[in-house]
Design a protein around this ligand. Structure first.
Ligand SMILES: *Cc1c(COP(=O)(O)O)cnc(C)c1O
Length: 388
């Protein structure tokens, strides 16, 4: 059902607040609103009709999140045997799992194959050979790299290869008895430009056309992740991304419309999460500096890894937001000099904020719990609670 703008988000915040007021869980913790996950998944699936949506499990591997998405019909992008086990245990059939990490051990490929996974992404000769040997007859996509662009986290050259090499590897895959399915890429995470997929779609179409001319018909293009989420800044609406991507595929593939896969992680789960933290200390560094330092009980190692370089700026909420505010530097609780969250990004917090008050970080459902360390400095991993 269509909802009035904003209502869904407000209802979700109300559900999370009710949970926090009622349960008073130990902080820091992440609270995930499952209804928001369902809504975001449905929004992506309906904005891109006919496109296979593979949730990138690393964004938030909470079993309840995976189980809900499996029930909704979502497919999954995994990177390791443990993520395969997680998806299968939560009800995702093996046919809906793509092993999209090009960096894998032969033993892990064999394990995936043993568990029924038949779809792999690769970017190297060694890996294609290993798939042919340990997962014979499987389908493979070859990942190409994507030129630097407006994403917050470009993937650079760690993954992918140039299109010429991908073309060769698709040919060899086919010769080795694999199903050469098509080209994959990742346009960079938190991609803010709706046209950020266009260059790679053009490259994928060129590879596809070249191989078609030789009689090797590729069926698929995998657009990877990158759909953005709202943080302090609101990205363009999902509809603009869907329109740009759809137009780009039509423009470059023409009459030979491919099957399309997309692997959103952040866009499915980020909005659903709130991290509740507690203020450990408020201090000043000199009598003249107006800025207070606010130390929270969550930091870079407790799940806020994406504050590195202040790339992602989470909206904050406290229980004292009605009063006067002043500028702050925000830092985590550990004895590590890098455990500072924001000192360039302008944040203002209530002047009467004190130790024991809570600070909520909004939009923290993606790349938080999955990045938190086991116990750096003795601080435990970020606990997750799900509300429905
Ligand atoms: C991490 C990852 C994704 C998800 O990226 P988002 O930017 O979170 O959407 C998708 N595909 C692959 C191969 C990834 O490694």
């Amino acid at each position: 059902m269509p909802r009035p703008a904003g209502t869904g988000r407000e209802e979700a915040q109300a559900r999370i607040r009710r949970f926090l007021d009622r349960e008073r869980p130990a902080t820091p913790c992440l609270v995930i609103d499952l209804e928001t996950v369902r809504e975001r998944y449905a929004a992506i699936a309906s904005a891109l009709p006919g496109v296979g949506v593979f949730y990138a499990v690393k964004a938030n591997p909470e079993p309840e999140v995976v189980a809900l998405l499996a029930t909704e019909g979502c497919s999954f992008d995994v990177a390791s045997p443990a993520e395969i086990d997680l998806c299968l245990a939560q009800g995702a059939p093996a046919e809906r799992i793509s092993y999209s990490n090009p960096i894998k051990k032969a033993a892990d490929i064999a394990y995936a194959h043993g568990r029924g996974v038949r779809l792999f992404v690769s970017d190297s000769e060694q890996d294609v050979r290993a798939i042919a040997e340990h997962a014979p007859g499987s389908s493979v996509l070859l990942r190409i790299f994507v030129e630097a662009n407006r994403s917050t986290y470009p993937f650079g050259k760690k993954f992918g290869c140039d299109p010429e090499m991908a073309t060769d590897l698709l040919r060899s895959a086919s010769r080795m008895g694999l199903r050469a399915l098509g080209v994959a890429f990742h346009a960079g995470s938190q991609q803010l430009d709706p046209n950020g997929w266009d260059g790679a779609i053009a490259d994928a179409a060129a590879v596809t056309a070249k191989l078609r001319a030789e009689g090797l018909e590729l069926s698929t293009v995998n657009l990877g992740g990158g759909l953005p989420s709202a943080y302090l800044d609101e990205p363009p609406p999902l509809a603009e991304f869907a329109a740009a991507i759809t137009a780009s595929i039509a423009r470059h593939f023409g009459d030979h419309a491919p099957r399309v896969m997309i692997e959103p992680g952040r866009a499915v789960v980020a909005e659903s999460g709130v991290i509740r933290s507690e203020v450990v200390l408020v201090s000043r560094k000199s009598y003249s500096d107006e800025r207070r330092w606010v130390y929270l009980d969550v930091g870079r190692y407790g799940g806020l890894a994406e504050t590195e370089g202040e790339a992602i700026a989470y909206p904050l909420r406290t229980g004292k937001d009605d009063g006067p505010r002043g500028p702050v530097v925000l830092a985590g609780p550990t004895c590590d000099a890098d455990d500072v969250l924001y000192q360039r990004t302008v944040y203002e917090l209530p002047l009467d904020l004190t130790a024991g008050d809570h600070v909520d970080l909004l939009g923290t459902g993606a790349y938080t719990s999955s990045y938190s360390s086991v116990a750096f400095n003795g601080f435990g991993p970020l606990a997750t609670h799900c509300v429905r």
